[in-house]
Design a protein around this ligand. Structure first.
Ligand code: ASP
Length: 332
């Protein structure tokens, strides 16, 4: 029986970290063309000799390519993480995940789990069968971080850096240093097993925990529309007609919205749909008052914006905000 608060629970959800190239004989050293999520959490842990001596418990919650992530898995994951954190013998939880939608799941967990103990997500850009796979070191860093006293919140341990859950974003589709922390940068570095904080640690959140009790069928549809040259307002209106209750516009630059989408957004708002702006830029977000950035002019600037959040993270925030509104003011 592990001593008080020394156990780390590793929850696997799939991704490249658990990915396998099945025809390595034909394609030795391949980084692509793998089956994501093929390995269980148990197998991932077994591949890291340095973890053998640590008290760990493993669970495979899903074996998804995270590009197929869904709300049911988010709900099950947040409930599982919450339940494990409540166990006195648990020091922290590690979640292995695909990189593609990690920034969305991390945001969801940060806002729905009151993580007074560490919840450390990790991932990899190379499959487990690659000759120099990055998953084992990332997993080792994540487990070590999950045992450190005083560490709280939902975090990402990746490539020797530690990011806050709501700040982590995927910046590159292939390189192993694929993540960044937006304008805020990393929270800390993991150096030879030691944590080197770089700035003040954010308080854990979990303010939206109550939404986890809502049946999935009641979760509102929230979609993303990108503003681009030649965009059609009908695209947004078609989403409204298909049941969207919230829409994030991935605006150009500092969250600018094409006039065709502005007109559609006004119409959507008149039908009770909440429309937010984010920026489609790879770095940065939307800077200015929320709502009403006078600099840009035009009615779209009255649309609230999601600050530093990427469009995908903004979608998670809008989803949770609509769920909370519904829960606190149930309709007729
Ligand atoms: N498609 C993979 C996933 O997100 C990519 C990765 O994990 O790096 O599951």
């Amino acid at each position: 029986m592990p001593s008080a608060s020394s156990l780390v629970v590793v929850i696997g959800t799939g991704g490249t970290i658990a990915g396998v190239v099945t025809d390595t004989a034909a394609r030795p050293g391949a980084h692509l063309g793998y089956e994501a999520g093929a390995l269980t959490a148990d197998a991932l842990v077994a591949a890291v000799p340095a973890l053998a001596a640590l008290p760990l418990e493993t669970h495979s919650l899903a074996q998804l390519d995270s590009s197929d992530m869904d709300h049911a898995t988010w709900q099950a994951l947040a409930l599982a993480v919450t339940a494990h954190l409540a166990r006195p013998e648990v020091a922290g939880v590690v979640v292995t995940h695909g990189t593609d939608t990690l920034e969305e799941t991390a945001t969801f967990l940060q806002l729905t789990v009151a993580a007074t103990k560490p919840v450390v997500m990790t991932a990899a850009m190379r499959p487990a069968t690659a000759p120099s796979a990055d998953g084992p070191q990332n997993l080792l860093d994540a487990v070590r971080l999950a045992t450190m006293p005083g560490v709280t919140g939902v975090l990402l341990a990746f490539g020797g850096s530690v990011y806050a859950g709501t700040e982590a974003r995927k910046l590159h589709g292939y390189r192993i240093d694929a993540f960044g922390g937006g304008d805020a940068g990393p929270l800390a570095l993991m150096q030879d097993g030691a944590l080197r904080p770089l700035r003040a640690w954010p308080a854990p959140d979990g303010h939206a925990a109550e939404v986890l009790a809502q049946p999935l069928a009641d979760w509102p549809v929230v979609d993303i529309v990108t503003s681009h040259a030649g965009v059609r307002g009908q695209t947004m209106l078609a989403l409204v007609a298909a049941g969207a209750r919230g829409i994030v516009v991935a605006g150009s630059g500092n969250g600018s919205v094409h006039r065709e989408l502005e007109l559609a957004a006004e119409q959507a708002q008149r039908q009770g749909v909440t429309v937010w702006r984010a920026s489609r830029c790879v770095l940065g977000g939307v800077v200015g008052e929320v709502p009403g950035n006078a600099q840009g002019g035009g009615s779209a600037y009255a649309l609230p914006h999601a600050g530093d959040a990427t469009p995908a993270q903004a979608r998670v925030r809008l989803l949770l905000s609509l769920l909370l509104q519904r829960q606190r003011q149930p309709g007729p």
